[in-house]
Design a protein around this ligand. Structure first.
Ligand code: NDP
Ligand code: 2IT
Length: 448
């Protein structure tokens, strides 16, 4: 049996109850076959893949807090410190009722290769909790965040592990967590990224993931003789990543006609109104029905009642920016039948393995999230640099660094795919390019 198959079997046995983690491992290891096969004996002896698939540390803890009725609530907190070969653990904190250890491990595993692709010195980690911020008062969110950080602060630090935002964790949550870290540890340091501008945050971090996604997409299209200008785009999600992807795509001349949340989706043929979307989602924290109510050109579709989603719209480009496995094989078939020519992932693993394969087999340019959404964490690393030198850079400076990083990631993934004979397969290219640096660092550091 090949070394990759041996490890896939082992990992499947050990983590049988973690489908998302197994999905992520399968995708990465399968696409690394040409690299592994060229070094099979060496890697097997070093148990390199077994080490890469086993987190360095997993922390699981109780998060008790008191709700507005005086009732004590208990959530579970997680931090998976997956791989520190190339830098301190780095990765977001997800607050969503669906969070469990398998979800955090899949995200932490992806983060290893994504962070490596940025070219910056950051290792892979991820954390979160099954806490649901929806419908909670600011005081309840603060109570949760303080309790979460009271435990987490024992394991993180500016040079050890630097969390940031993800689903359900935005500026408000990062603020509460930073305040509690500072209070308990007595350290004013860059322990979190995505901070507010008045206390060490970086300009352009808020925009970075969505902007970076579009910079990457633009470069991928250019290198394939196409462009974003004048194209029709479907975006899913209505959160941080979706909002700024829509904004940048519009700046580059595209018409973005959809967005979505967990209950419904919007079709707006005149183009999504980003300011209205921000007002509904960031300020009012309301449902997309309110967007449709305020905008005559928009139609709201209830996902459950209609059994439809935004991938049913005829578009040239699809940018999934909500959550994992939100674009399945049926969606891929519909998109391809409607003439989609590029799909770039803003979310982490939003496309199922079958759907990804279908896109690739049908000549669709496909950008995997660990490459195309790396702009968020890359800008987090730039925030860490600014915190370390106690300076802050202008928006233009950060944005232009972000753009260069995204262009470089595209070319590194493209070159790696070509080098291993799978030209145009950016999934394999990104995995190989991300893996090579991590492996080099792990081999140099001995058996740790
Ligand atoms: P937000 O919490 O800001 O937004 C998430 C959006 O996705 C919301 O509109 C949410 O709707 C929607 N959604 C739909 N279905 C689900 C579901 N089942 N679970 C969770 N959300 C759902 O998160 P972000 O925009 O920050 O993150 C979106 C994706 O991008 C995630 O996969 C994240 O891991 C990834 N990512 C984020 C980065 C960042 O910097 N923030 C960086 C790189 C990747 P509703 O409000 O109804 O829940
Ligand atoms: O998935 C991701 O890359 C993020 N949620 C951002 C992580 C970070 O540390 O900025």
């Amino acid at each position: 049996m090949s070394y990759v198959d041996e490890v896939l079997e082992l990992v499947s046995k050990k983590n049988a109850s973690e489908p998302e983690f197994l999905q992520a491992v399968n995708e990465v290891l399968n696409s690394l076959r040409p690299v592994i096969e060229a070094n099979e004996e060496k890697f097997r002896k070093e148990a390199l893949l077994e080490r890469i698939c086993e987190p360095e540390r997993q922390i699981k803890f109780r998060v008790p807090w008191v709700d507005d009725k005086g009732q004590v609530q208990v959530n579970t907190g997680y931090r998976v410190q997956f791989n520190s070969a190339i830098g301190p653990y780095k990765g977001g904190i997800r607050l969503h009722p669906s969070v469990n250890i398998g979800i955090i491990k899949f995200l932490g595993f992806e983060q290893i290769f994504k962070n490596s692709l940025t070219g910056l010195p950051i290792g892979g980690g991820k954390g979160g909790s099954d806490f649901d911020p929806k419908g909670k008062s600011d005081r309840e969110v603060m109570a949760f965040c303080q309790s979460f950080m009271t435990e987490l602060c024992k394991y993180i630090g500016a040079d050890t592990d630097v969390p940031a935002g993800d689903i359900g964790t935005g500026a408000r949550e990062i603020g509460y967590m930073f305040g509690q870290y500072k209070r308990i540890r007595g350290l004013y340091e860059g322990v979190l990224t995505g901070k507010g501008l008045s206390y060490g945050g970086s300009l352009a971090r808020t925009e970075a993931t969505g902007f970076g996604l579009v910079y990457f997409t633009d470069e991928m299209l250019k290198c394939n003789g196409k462009s974003i200008a004048g194209k029709t785009i479907a975006v899913s999600g209505a959160g941080n990543v979706a909002t700024y992807a829509i904004k940048k795509a519009q700046e580059l001349g595209a018409n973005v006609v959809t967005c979505s949340d967990s209950t419904g989706w919007i079709y707006d043929p005149e183009g999504i109104d980003v300011e209205l979307l921000k007002e509904v989602k960031e300020v009012k924290r309301a449902r997309l029905t309110e967007y449709a109510a305020a905008r005559p050109s928009a139609v709201y579709h209830d996902k459950k009642a209609e059994g439809t989603n935004q991938w049913s719209v005829k578009v040239d480009i699809a940018l999934p920016c909500a959550t994992q496995n939100e674009l399945n094989l049926d969606d891929a078939k519909t998109l391809v039948a409607n003439g989609v020519f590029a799909v770039a992932e803003g979310a982490n693993m939003p496309t199922t393995l079958e759907a990804t394969k279908y896109f690739q087999e049908n000549g669709v340019l496909f950008a995997p999230g660990k490459a195309s959404n790396a702009g968020g964490v890359a800008t987090s690393a730039l925030e860490m640099s600014q915190n370390s030198e106690r300076l802050s850079w202008t928006f233009e400076e950060v944005d232009s660094k972000l753009k260069n990083i995204m262009i470089n990631i595209f070319h590194n993934a493209d070159a790696a795919a070509k080098k291993y004979g799978v030209e145009g397969d950016y999934v394999a290219g990104a995995n190989i390019a991300g893996f090579e640096k991590v492996v080099d660092a792990m081999m140099a550091q001995g058996i740790v």
